[in-house]
Ligand binder design. Structure first.
Ligand SMILES: *Cc1c(COP(=O)(O)O)cnc(C)c1O
Length: 362
């Protein structure tokens, strides 16, 4: 029998008292849409050269409704279940500042994992509880039993496919954890790489699980890392709480315009082709890596990167760098001595890496 789901009011009670009591800042653009004669925001009435079409002299819509609608359609959720942020990094920060009381609340992470969860927690003055992924040799795995016996936390950060290990978590396990901790915490599932996985997103599940939060981003498969567009998907109670503390104008107009283009039917078809190409390229890289004598272990994972263990990881990263190829040293993460994360690039980039590897070790 699963634990009772918490009512939406229950999630509200999990927010910091200061945030529950806060009346958000009412910016000019949040009070009135930008139509008519605009004498309410102390802007310059003239657009800069070349900036008229994008209305660069005007403050942007805090949550551009066109982009919200497009993203909601793309993720299959209601627009009220979505907050657009400056990358997922901001989503992680907003969640931590909204729900975690400094010195009192704890945040759970499952290393090896993305570093920003623990950084945001420490900035907020919260203890970080680590329940490492289980290392099965061939793959890493989520440890629900370990999480079950850990001290109660306010936020549980999970990532699927996980960076840097590439393993996925069964959606049912994520929902089960959310139900299990609903009295005291929220489960945040970071789906930054879900587009590469051909698997199911938990986005639609937020309508049924008030303490479940899904993070999506346009930084990876959508090729918009420079635009800083992330999306928090959650029940309306959580979204309303996060909106109280987000910066008044987080989304620059040019970034919003680029995001809308990236969501066009044509662009989505191009993205699907690129993902197929990256899968082919990943297979080609894996073949080369498997034949290499100085590579001890390979975790192919389900994202657009490969994790490997080399005989001497830092030496390989340094030698590649000297050859003009940047790889990500992961040897600082627990359990990842000598590990390196390799992003799957374009064909000629991957070929350059394979050619370099033929010359290494010298
Ligand atoms: C790259 C990445 C993100 C994306 O962060 P943005 O701030 O949206 O660019 C989020 N989570 C993980 C695990 C990542 O690897």
């Amino acid at each position: 029998m699963s634990a009772a789901r918490c009512a939406p009011e229950g999630v509200f009670e999990l927010a910091r008292p200061e945030i529950r009591a806060l009346t958000p800042y009412a910016s000019a653009r949040s009070v009135a849409a930008a139509s008519g004669i605009l004498l309410n925001a102390n802007e310059n009435p003239w657009a800069p050269p070349g900036g008229a079409a994008l209305r660069l002299n005007r403050y942007p819509d805090p949550q551009p409704s066109k982009l919200r609608t497009r993203l909601a359609g793309h993720y299959g959720v209601d627009p009220d279940n979505l907050l657009i942020t400056r990358g997922s990094d901001e989503g992680i920060d907003l969640l931590t500042r909204t729900f975690c009381r400094p010195g009192l609340d704890r945040v759970l992470v499952c290393p090896p994992c993305f570093g920003m969860y623990a950084i945001s927690a420490r900035i907020q003055g919260c203890a970080v509880i680590e329940v490492p992924l289980i290392d099965h040799g061939a793959a890493f795995a989520f440890d629900p039993q370990g999480i079950g016996t850990a001290p109660a936390c306010r936020l549980y950060f999970l990532c699927s496919p996980n960076n840097p290990t590439g393993n996925c978590i069964e959606p049912a396990q994520v929902v089960a954890l959310a139900e299990q901790v609903s009295n005291h915490g929220l489960v945040v599932i970071d789906e930054a790489y879900v587009e590469f996985q051909r698997g199911a997103s938990l986005a639609k599940q937020v309508a049924h699980t008030p303490n479940l939060v899904v993070l999506r981003t346009l930084s990876k498969a959508f090729a918009l890392a420079a635009c800083r567009i992330g999306v928090v998907i959650a029940g309306a109670v959580v979204i309303d709480l996060l909106r109280r503390i987000i910066a008044p104008y987080p989304l620059p107009g040019p970034a919003v315009a680029a995001a809308l283009s990236a969501l066009s039917g044509e662009a989505l078809k191009r993205q699907a082709r690129q993902i197929r190409t990256l899968h082919q390229e990943k297979s080609r890289l894996l073949e080369g890596l498997r034949r290499h004598s100085a590579i001890r272990q390979i975790w192919p994972g389900e994202a657009n990167f490969i994790l490997i263990r080399a005989a001497d990881g830092p030496a390989l990263v340094a030698a590649a760098r000297a050859a003009g190829i940047l790889l990500r040293d992961q040897s600082g993460q627990p359990g990842l001595e000598n590990a390196i994360r390799i992003t799957v690039g374009a064909r000629r980039e991957n070929t350059a890496l394979l050619n370099f590897l033929e010359t290494w070790p010298p």
